[in-house]
Design a protein around this ligand. Sequence first.
Ligand SMILES: [Fe+2]
Length: 286
Amino acid sequence: MNTIVPAIAPSFAINRLSSILAAEVIGLDLRKPLDRPTQEAVYQAFLQYQLLVFRGQALGKEQQIAFTGQFGTLEKHMPCNQGSDLSLLHVVSNLDERGVPTGVLGSTRWHSDKSFRAAPSMATVLHAVQLPPEGGDTCFANMYRAWETLPVAIRAELEGVRVVHSWALSRDNAGKIISEAERLDAPPMSHPLARPHPDTGRRALFVGAHASHLEGLPLAPGRARIEALETHATHPSNVYQHRWAPGDVIMWDNRCLLHRALPNFDAAAHARVLHRTCLRGTPTSE
Ligand SMILES: [Fe+2]
């Protein structure tokens, strides 16, 4: 869809990218600080479209950190993701230390960043640095719609249910063992399954790869329920697939989206490198 809508601030225009979520912000150079009205207008667009794309940017690491910091408090990444010289910027990469593609692509399961924290991530910013000739897309599912399109009876049944998110579980599922320090740093955390968005008040299903089980319910049926909800939530009719172009910066709302990297390129032959920064969210509430 190519509908340019009138600018909501004098300094930029919005081009909606799909009916599910996502819009392009046209006219901003992210290397420069945004004035206060523009910051606020960008944040309003972020709430409205859940994901913003800024094309043709050329941000250094410090510039990306500065851009992200205009919208909140940056947070450090998990120790296993701190391969960068800057702990606030995670280099998402399929390359080994010699710069050779490993064939391994991470984050291919649907998730919300740091959902295992007491205050899960508010937003993530990714900047495309090196891309394969084609593919290497990232997919996003709209979790407002996921909740709102459930049958009324199911929603009534799930009212008040809490879901436990666990870093240990998701690492285990990825075939990794976490250290004792990581276990202590990120203990399992319970959140509302239908999480009220702190800014919009709309409810969003809060599941994904870190979701372990439903609190107070036997493990197996709780996990089966989570999987069924995730299948519903990630139906193609509820997904926006982002095809990266060099210089793209995208910023999305983890409080109402799930995302995953799509393994639709040869990760043993081509580089895919993105720079990632995250903003801390607020504790979930019911
Ligand atoms: Fe992620």
